[in-house]
Design a protein around this ligand. Structure first.
Ligand code: FMN
Length: 212
């Protein structure tokens, strides 16, 4: 059997997608960052459905350091808004749900379960707070990307915002948790066509990829 035959047997053409165009549109091509939302509530169950997808995405050593603070009460929302940059403040106050995506610097406490093939994994990290934070931040940030796509897969829309005082959020909303805020994400359904900006251009593959 030639390689070409093997490929056609798998019904796969290089350059084509393994998912239908509707899925590619929902997750990527037609999906937009949303700034204003309807009043429709977003339930914990909907966020759990998104988490139950994103958790399968890879992280370093299977550490899964992403943590989610679901901000719902007016008090918590007001406290979070205080730490957002001016342009982002009203969006946090108006969104049906806002998530503070954070990195757990104490992720090592779960490694006995998460890394069964390395029984001493927890102890390897126990004395290295700086190394833990670096690892937590990088893998949790990767998981934030999965989260945005997973929210879209559940039919929700996301408005991620990095314009914030992360240290202020950590002190006010995440004190004593070991969690470090990475990104604030409004979640819900778009209020209307004015909820998204016109699509800005993207770089071409030829501009971002090199082959050695
Ligand atoms: C890490 C990150 C930080 C962002 N920070 C902000 C922000 O502080 N305020 C804001 O209005 N939009 C913010 N955005 C939204 C981006 O501007 C938006 O996702 C991008 O322009 C693409 O828009 P599109 O999805 O509609 O094509 C952020 C997005 C990401 C992923």
């Amino acid at each position: 059997m030639t390689t070409d035959t093997a490929l056609s047997d798998l019904d796969f053409n290089p350059g084509e997608l393994a998912v239908g165009p509707d899925v590619a549109d929902l997750l990527f091509r037609e999906a937009h960052t949303v700034s204003t939302f309807t009043d429709d509530a977003v339930s914990d169950e909907q966020i759990q459905a998104a988490y139950d997808l994103l958790r399968w995405g890879p992280t370093a050593m299977n550490t899964l350091p992403l943590r989610l603070l679901l901000v719902r009460t007016p008090e918590a929302r007001a406290s979070l808004a205080e730490h957002m940059s001016e342009g982002n403040r009203a969006r946090v106050l108006a969104a049906p749900l806002t998530i503070v995506a954070a990195a757990d610097t104490n992720f090592h406490e779960h490694l006995g379960v998460l890394v069964p093939h390395l029984p001493n994994a927890r102890d390897m990290f126990a004395g290295d707070a700086a190394g833990r934070e670096a690892m937590a931040r990088s893998s949790a940030l990767i998981q934030v990307g999965y989260l945005i796509v997973a929210l879209r897969a559940t039919g929700l829309h996301a408005g991620p915002m990095g314009g914030m005082d992360a240290a202020g959020i950590d002190a006010d909303l995440l004190a004593d948790s070991g969690w470090k805020s990475l990104l604030v994400i409004n979640v819900g359904l778009p209020a209307g066509p004015e909820s998204v900006r016109p699509r800005a251009p993207r770089l071409e593959f030829s501009q971002v990829a090199r082959t050695l």
